[in-house]
Design a protein around this ligand. Sequence first.
Ligand SMILES: Nc1nc2c(ncn2[C@@H]2O[C@H](COP(=O)(O)OP(=O)(O)OP(=O)(O)O)[C@@H](O)[C@H]2O)c(=O)[nH]1
Ligand SMILES: [Mg+2]
Length: 690
Amino acid sequence: MHKAADRIRNVALVGHRGSGKTSLHEALLFQAGAVNRLGSVIDGTTVSDSDPDEKARQMSISAALSSFEWQDRKVNLIDTPGDSSFIADALGALRVCESAVFVVNAVMGVEVHTTRLWQRASELDLARLLFVNMLDRERADFFRTLDSLKSAYGQHVVATSIPIGSEHEVSGVIDLVDMKAYEYGAGRDNCREIPIPDALQATAEEYREKLMDEVSESSDALMERYLEGEEISHDEIVAALKDGTNHGSLFPVTCGVATRNLAANRLLDAIVEDLPSPVKHGGLQVGEVTLAPDENKEMFSYVFKTRADPFAGRINLFRVYQGVVKQDSQVLNTRTHNKERIGQLLTFEGSQTGHATDFGPGDIGAVAKLKETKAGDWLASRDEPISMPSIKLPAPVMAFAVEPKSKGDEDKVFTALRRLQEEDPTIDLHRDQQTGEQIVAGLSQVHVEVIVERLKSRFGAEVNLKPPRVPYQETIRRSAKAHGRHKKQTGGRGQFGDCHIEIEPLEAGSGFEFVDAIKGGVIPSGFIPAVEKGVLEAMHEGVVAGYPVKDVRVRLYDGSYHTVDSSEMAFKVAGSQAMKQALEQAGPVLLEPIMLVTVSVPEDSVGDVIGDLNSRRGRPLGMEPTGGGMTDVKAEVPMAEMLSYAPDLRSITGGQGEFTMEFLRYEEVPGHLAGKVVDEARAEREAVKA
Ligand SMILES: Nc1nc2c(ncn2[C@@H]2O[C@H](COP(=O)(O)OP(=O)(O)OP(=O)(O)O)[C@@H](O)[C@H]2O)c(=O)[nH]1
Ligand SMILES: [Mg+2]
């Protein structure tokens, strides 16, 4: 039988890369008894970094769900990757959880990615706890970290515990609600109450007071009594803290050492006591439909993650918003309108995969072997066209042309890429219309490397990556007239086509226009489309560097024909000849794509970033602080200068910067650079011929 919705806690573990989420996930599982051994990231023995490439890189790449019981509540805990290349999984987890635990490194304090995720959690109105981890590390400083959190996320970030000892001497924590101290040894039953150390008494009181200031703000009545110096009872504090956290008006901070299972038990208590259940958080409004955590209503579940499992095959993770999902049942996929059979339902209990008979409203579960369902789909008991408000994902900006290492493997590679894309919506796949190359684009170098590794390890598909070619175009600057005449007499029936055209530039982005201005039937109407075909063929490869010609109006105004020798073929050739000549005389120029680039960087690197963009022929458009010490710099930059931007930005900002870019328009390539593009294009064509 499924757990009642008010006994469930759905929690996403999020934070900057390497802050210790996976280690903390492991400690929480261990403390709750879901695993018998505390696995470690370094040894590659954690439950959540289970993929070979996660172990090899010692980083999380995919979201991992674990479910366990604590104090008779069911906790669904989703460990998420901290690397910004894999942010889709972190955002997907935030979307289906009522709460998030932010894991913060006590040496580094607030980091860029923490802030980005914090903003998303605010938009989604999530309840939040913070866990300051790595207290045992050299230069770890809980109080400095707390200050950085407060200044980034506001005064409602408040400590509910403080450490005893620091760096390698850290030995426990003081709980500021109970005003009790706890010392931690090794293993699971490692927590022992001790008197508050004398040396820390004053600090504990100081931080208890700060906590009381915040807690008392939760209600006017409490505030009044607090200001008058009245005693606030322990139960009242607990209730106010819980209420503030539930409503996202208080953000309690706890601390510990994930790798030593130090204070994981206090975090578990906070998760079940202070964070809201799906019932508390209320229904979900999707379009016209409101879904309520009610098990007697029709079932609606949202699939937030699709992944490959070495044992169970393709697995879909879903969140039930209403009704009950039952094993051996049929449901509808509202995107495809097809039925899916739910066979076995899966739960991930620590290192074991278990089976469930059903999942009730508010719960998160998994199902294997669905036919067509993938992340982003809804499974429901009736065909209601609903869609989750889309999550804004960063645009893939690291693009490469992929080629199979062995010829003939094209289909295999493409199918494998499609499968990977199902698991990761930030992978972009497309064939470049102009260059014909198969392009794969990701968010970063690491992202694309992981894609290539997975192609090989999972699908046995080996590929080469090449930087993609810039899709240059050509256009004309003035009008010109030309005459095309195709005449051949080779015994028997000849060929004859003859046309006069005038071409003129059109406004950028307007494409191609063909005007038939033939009078008196000097070219019979049946041959006119052939002339147009010839013109278009000539425009396919412009006269500057062989790139497609855009934004031209062609007027066919005169010509002649021969009753016997004229043919469509002959007029096509004539049209093409005329167009080539006309282009030569119409001031042809080379165009390049200009991108709108938005770079998100810490304030102190803004100068360097702008300087670098200038050196890439960029035009800065402005900047805008986005909170948490971050600034967005916007600039227009030619695409040709951005092909290797990702690694460069990483080195300029020490890994703290991120960027997105989108196509804006085409602009003329400056004269001194056009020559180089022309030479390269020529060399390439010759290489193809050879
Ligand atoms: N000393 C110390 N090391 C820790 C602690 N927590 C994690 N680590 C180490 O820090 C490194 C990163 O830890 P992870 O748990 O992989 O961090 P993560 O946040 O899951 O990393 P990503 O998934 O890549 O974002 C590993 O080498 C851990 O062993 C801690 O509390 N103390
Ligand atoms: Mg991790």
